[in-house]
Design a protein around this ligand. Structure first.
Ligand SMILES: [Zn+2]
Ligand SMILES: [Zn+2]
Length: 145
């Protein structure tokens, strides 16, 4: 199964819906402490897109933004989430790259196949949980790049 050109996504309660068109610039797993806190899970898995590729379909009013100033890179990150169900949706940073938005892969309507989503890079590998095997084939970094 190859990567679909248009991918839809939503938060858990489906109030906020979006779609992205075209392939992501890259896909990233991050093991830093901020990503663990922000996702509530063992690591974050995001797709990076140009902001132009992202279109909000419904629920823009339900979106809230938290600015995280305690990131591993030291640069503030804006984290968008649904104010109703709490799903983490987007991460962006004016100081790192204002043209790019990271979209949480868990909110994208994708199947389990590697053709639909697989990580290309891993950040903060030094913080990776020991029980979690390194992903084969990713470019691994001990910090952000
Ligand atoms: Zn929601
Ligand atoms: Zn991180």
């Amino acid at each position: 199964m190859s990567a679909p050109n248009v991918v839809t996504g939503s938060c858990l309660c489906q109030t906020f819906r979006y779609k992205v068109t075209g392939p992501p610039k890259t896909t990233v797993i991050c093991h830093c402490d901020s990503c663990r806190k922000g996702t509530g899970s063992a690591f974050m898995a995001n797709s990076l897109y140009l902001k132009d590729q992202l279109q909000v379909l419904t629920g823009e009013d339900s979106l809230r933004v938290y600015v995280d100033n305690s990131t591993g890179s030291g640069k503030p990150l804006s984290k968008s989430f649904c104010s109703i169900c709490g799903s983490s949706l987007f991460v962006s940073s004016e100081s790192i790259d204002p043209s790019t938005v990271a979209i949480t892969s868990g909110t994208m309507d994708l199947g389990p196949s590697k053709g639909e989503w697989e990580p290309k890079m891993e950040f903060f590998c030094a913080r990776r949980r020991e029980w979690l095997a390194p992903v084969e084939g990713t470019a691994k970094h001990d910090t952000m790049m």
